[in-house]
Design a protein around this ligand. Structure first.
Ligand code: GCB
Length: 568
């Protein structure tokens, strides 16, 4: 179960760490030979590395962006630092926001954890392994791509390695509130169903309160495995007394959970997201999706976004007039969803089950479930998150995929059935027009389709021939776009020019608008992003479908989309 940290005071381990690249994996093999402390610590061995004197790197950070010569490196980089224990808590946890791709965590020579999956948070208890002073933390960070990974070997984005989100020490009482989930249902009344997980020997009495509504309720135990006790309760209020969260009025409330020894707060909002026919409803009202997709990337920093980067992204989103963002193709920093809560932006969040992952491999299936769980348990209190997306462009003719994906949909609904489940799917060209034949569609609430008519073949208005199905689910064009190099000008027919891209957007957006079942789009993409499979003279290592380039310079299509959203 995810370790709630939002409302806790934590001690940061961000800052300068030592990085020791290990391209031949020599240190890994010899390091712990017949000893229970790393060789690094042995004063009698002539080591080929120095734990206190590697290459200094900033955490959070991406290694390749910081170490000259390592820009496209994929492999092992040991990260080390020392720390003193400063808290007075009873229990202590080490918490990582994300490490791409696999993290091997050692503390004072003791192996504590291996975590696979590059974009989700994880934590490990270190109470028994930690000393008061001079603790040696060693994290093996391995971003080599794997056939049995999620994502797999091929992606259209760069595989930045590193500890690229914050690392914290989290002190808790012996018995503490590990996580909280607030689920809302809205009819004449608004009901917040609150679940808390208490970690520790004596759960005791637990209460929930929503001070903004002047309401509270006891939580009653309903499940326990000894170490973790789950408790539930409900707070109900008249609909007139609650300001519901909505993109036009993103009202947030604090939900406080208090046990005998601990207290946490969750800042959330009350709202319902549903589907009716081909519409997406927020609090019963149908909404149009005025969206944009983005990767988590900033020039020179890889995926380690600063607060300033996050501000900048939300400024662009506001300037475009968006009410919706697709955070592609993996979980972005939790700060994005928290900010979206405040700004009233609906989110599509996803895991990197992208293209050809090995659906038949049971290890991959377990990893898939784990990544969904880690994302959902982190963000299930974010009212901005409207859709969980389980996959992007996976093969509908693959029988195994067709068995596994519905299982993942069920897994998502089991974790959280207050949001909509989607996936970016392939559609089919038939004599009647474009239709959805993918068997996954019947399991989804909302269907995403990625279409590049006018870029990868066809004409920019190709989606006009989508066959409206009045009984079908809502469809979002989850990708549409064309490449343009910022500053490259020419005729509307000249590929890679800003003019070509602007004309493409005009036609594509009009075509999307003409299909009733399509509730909106999240065009591909807000800004250019690094991709090793894009090497022509206009690309040079970047996917150029951005409305801005990687330095934030606007291309002409930016104003086409803005006019479409703000001045329809
Ligand atoms: C897609 C993928 C996306 C790519 C994009 C492109 O369909 O989902 O990851 O970056 O096309 O630019 O071709």
């Amino acid at each position: 179960m995810y370790l709630h940290t939002e409302s806790r005071e934590t001690t940061t381990l961000d800052g300068t760490w030592q990085a020791i690249p290990d391209p031949y994996r020599s240190f890994q093999d010899g390091w712990f030979d017949d000893r229970d402390v790393p060789l690094l610590e042995d004063p009698h061995e002539p080591a080929d590395y120095d734990v206190d004197d590697g290459f200094p790197v900033e955490v959070p950070g991406c290694v390749g962006e910081q170490l000259p010569g390592f820009e496209y490196y994929e492999g092992m980089v040991w990260h080390t630092r020392r720390f003193d224990r400063e808290d007075n808590g009873n229990r202590l946890f080490l918490r990582f926001g994300a490490v791409n791709y696999e993290a091997d965590v050692w503390l004072n020579g003791e192996h504590l954890l291996t975590h696979e999956g590059g974009y989700t948070p994880f934590s490990v208890e270190i109470t028994d392994a930690v000393s008061r002073e001079d603790n040696l933390l060693v994290v093996g960070v391995d971003n080599e791509r794997r056939e049995d990974g999620i994502p797999g070997m091929q992606t259209d984005w760069f595989n930045f390695g590193g500890i690229f989100r914050s690392v914290d020490l989290v002190a808790t009482p012996e018995t503490f509130v590990r996580n909280v989930k607030v689920e809302t249902s809205v009819d004449e009344t608004v009901t917040a169903s609150i679940t808390a997980w208490i970690d520790g020997p004596e759960p005791g009495d637990v209460h929930a309160a929503i001070p903004g509504l002047g309401a509270e309720a006891p939580l009653e135990p309903d499940d326990s495995d000894g170490a973790l006790t789950r408790l539930t309760g409900e707070i109900t209020a008249d609909r007139d007394d609650v300001e519901l969260w909505h993109p036009d009025g993103p009202r947030l409330y604090d939900v406080c959970v208090e046990s005998e020894s601990d207290a946490v707060e969750v800042r959330t909002g009350f709202r319902a997201v549903d589907v009716e026919g081909s519409d997406i409803l927020v609090n019963g009202e149908s909404i149009d999706v005025r969206g944009i997709s983005m990767h988590e990337e900033a020039a020179g920093r890889g995926r380690a976004l600063t607060p300033g980067d996050i501000d900048q992204r939300f400024e662009w989103v506001a300037e475009l007039g968006c009410n919706f963002v697709r955070l592609a193709h993996y979980p972005h920093t939790a700060a994005m969803a928290r900010r979206a809560d405040e700004e009233g932006i609906l989110l599509w969040e996803e895991v990197p089950a992208y293209w050809d992952i090995d659906f038949a491999d049971e290890g991959v299936q377990a990893l898939y479930r784990q990544q969904l769980r880690e994302l959902i348990q982190r963000d299930w209190n974010r009212p901005s998150v409207a859709l969980w997306s389980i996959a992007n462009e996976t093969d509908p003719e693959d029988e195994v995929r067709n068995r596994v994906l519905p299982e993942m949909v069920a897994h998502v609904r089991e974790l959280d059935d207050t949001r909509l489940v989607t996936a970016a799917c392939w559609f089919d060209e038939t004599d009647d027009g474009l239709v959805l034949l993918d068997p996954l569609v019947e399991h989804l609430d909302v269907v995403g389709i990625n279409e590049y008519y006018g870029w990868y073949g066809g004409e920019a208005d190709g989606v006009r021939s989508f066959v409206d199905d009045p009984t079908g689910p809502p469809v979002i064009v989850s990708e549409t776009g064309a490449g343009a190099k910022w500053g490259n000008h020419g005729d509307e027919d000249d590929r890679w020019t800003e003019e070509f891209q602007a004309a493409y957007y005009r036609e594509s957006l009009e075509a999307i608008e003409s299909v009733e079942q399509i509730v909106g789009t999240t065009p591909w993409i807000l800004f250019d992003f690094k991709s090793p499979r894009r090497m022509n003279p206009h690309q040079r290592g970047y996917n150029r479908k951005g409305l801005l380039d990687e330095h934030g310079r606007k291309k002409r299509a930016f104003s086409v989309l803005r006019d479409h959203y703000c001045d329809p």
